[in-house]
Write a protein that binds this ligand. Structure first.
Ligand code: TYD
Ligand code: MG
Length: 455
């Protein structure tokens, strides 16, 4: 490297790709205009700076003890399930989400529960003052003395505090405010965030402290800039939800210690986040009675069945080009299903406006909700009411056939649990549904059968 010349590199703000010159499009993630110039020389000093006195000794698998790996239970069963059964000591967990969705609240509640079960926890905020955290804490209830608060953004200071107090868990709120002396760029930049995560990983693994990192999400839906972060941490959780609905969904996107299919559902209340133990019941509350265009479907969120109501409104269009709108599901899928209904079932939908909505603000993209969308549209078009104790699921193909779906037993069991009396399911799944007790099962092989069943 030439002396005297300031050495800089260009980093992609989206994925962290490093290049010696500026580029319009990132060759790695293909996003445009995301390169920013930052000082180079980001050598991970914390990793390689230490002198090796003796070579490390490898160990055989059978000799590794799992004793220290007993998980901490957070006391919030929704969160524990998403984590795969509790917090693994020494793990690094990234919690991402839009601003104001409730990340700080969730983690402060986790700290509160851990502290009240006698574990020492450290909550480090780079965004709020101690008084502000205390104000939030007062809304959440009583706190044990084992919860320590710290306002700090300097990583070396944080490392020292963690070494001194040896907490079981530490929360870093947020990674974008932290900085390390060894990197000269500003907090929140790609290289700072990467270095900060590196340092935190070293702390987590060497001291066996579970570290939660809060990461903000940008407009595009990636954790600000650094998707690099996702590769480095053990677990990535995203906190999602409609700003205007009070429920929140916590979703595992990556989990080295559990399944990534799990979701946890919470509701934001005046006194923090409350767990929603039965999301289906919650999603279906306030459902209209005896109204056309409403159909209950059972979708799977990972291994968890979730009943939601699909609503459709089909009316004659007053303009030349009909309006089609879908909220919560794929608009192209709705158009496709309407085309199938028109061609195979002879419904004259071509001159109609159609609005399809998944009630409660959920977003679903599972093919198993196809049949529900098609039946809701038909119900609204023909003004027939689908009886409100009916649950449907099934994928619809282009020739109007109803195809089988996965995990039907879980779906049917959930419907039975909530007291539904009738299930319309694909014929292909008939065998698996034999043991279901309670609801009447109607199996269909075509859309025409399904429409006859609701009529
Ligand atoms: P917060 O945890 O600060 O969000 P983030 O850290 O993800 O940016 O959540 C703040 C929102 O939650 C804010 O709009 C107020 C609301 N809230 C409640 O409704 N009830 C509560 O008890 C608390 C603490 C916050
Ligand atoms: Mg916050």
């Amino acid at each position: 490297m030439a002396k005297g010349r300031p050495s800089t590199s260009f980093f992609c703000n989206e994925c962290g790709y490093e290049s010696s010159k500026w580029m319009g499009q990132c060759p790695a993630c293909k996003s445009w205009n995301t390169f920013v110039e930052e000082p180079a020389g980001r050598t991970a000093q914390s990793l390689s700076g230490r002198a090796r006195t003796n070579a490390p000794e490898p160990m055989s698998v059978s000799a590794v003890s799992l004793e220290s790996l007993e998980r901490y239970v957070t006391g919030m069963s929704e969160l524990d399930r998403v984590l795969g059964g509790g917090i693994v000591p020494g793990s690094l967990v990234l919690v991402g989400g839009d601003p104001g969705i409730g990340k700080s609240t969730l983690l402060l509640q986790v700290c509160r529960n851990l502290a009240s079960s006698g574990r020492k926890v450290l909550y480090i905020s780079g965004e709020e003052s101690l008084a502000q955290i205390k104000m939030r804490a007062m809304r959440l209830g009583e706190f044990a003395d084992d919860l320590l608060l710290l306002c700090e953004t300097d990583l070396s200071a944080i490392e020292e505090v963690i070494r001194k107090h040896k907490p079981a868990a530490a929360v870093i709120d947020s990674i974008q405010t932290m900085y390390s002396d060894s990197v000269s760029s500003a907090p929140g930049s790609v290289s700072q965030v990467r270095e900060a995560t590196n340092v935190l990983m070293m702390i987590a693994k060497s001291l066996s402290v579970s570290v939660f990192i809060v990461g903000h999400v940008t407009k595009e839906g990636t954790v600000a800039g650094p998707r690099v972060l996702e590769h480095m941490v053990d677990t990535v959780l995203y906190f999602e939800g409609d700003r205007y609905a009070s429920y929140r969904v916590l979703r595992a996107v990556k989990n080295r210690f559990g399944s990534t299919n799990e979701i946890g559902v919470f509701e934001m209340m005046g006194s923090g986040l409350a767990e929603v133990a039965n999301p289906s019941e919650y999603m279906l509350s306030g459902r209209p009675k005896d109204s056309s265009g409403s159909c209950v479907v059972c979708a799977m969120e990972g291994t968890r069945p979730l009943l939601v109501e699909i609503q459709a409104l089909v009316c004659r269009s007053s303009f030349g080009i009909p309006r089609r709108q879908a909220t919560g599901c794929d608009p192209n899928r709705v158009n496709l299903l309407m085309a199938v209904l028109e061609k195979r079932m002879g419904l004259k939908l071509g001159e109609c406006d159609a609005y399809v909505n998944i009630a409660g603000g959920m977003k679903m993209n599972e093919p198993a909700i196809d049949l529900g969308i098609a039946l809701a549209v038909t119900s609204s078009f023909t003004n027939t009411v689908i009886s409100d104790d009916t649950v449907v699921f099934g994928e619809v193909g282009l020739s109007g056939e109803v195809r089988s779906v996965s995990l039907v037993n879980n779906r049917a069991a959930e419907a039975a649990k909530l007291g539904f009396g009738r299930i319309i399911a694909p014929l292909g799944n008939a065998d698996q549904l034999k043991e279901i007790k309670g609801p009447k099962i109607i199996t269909v092989s075509t859309l025409a059968d399904a429409i006859r069943a609701i009529g």
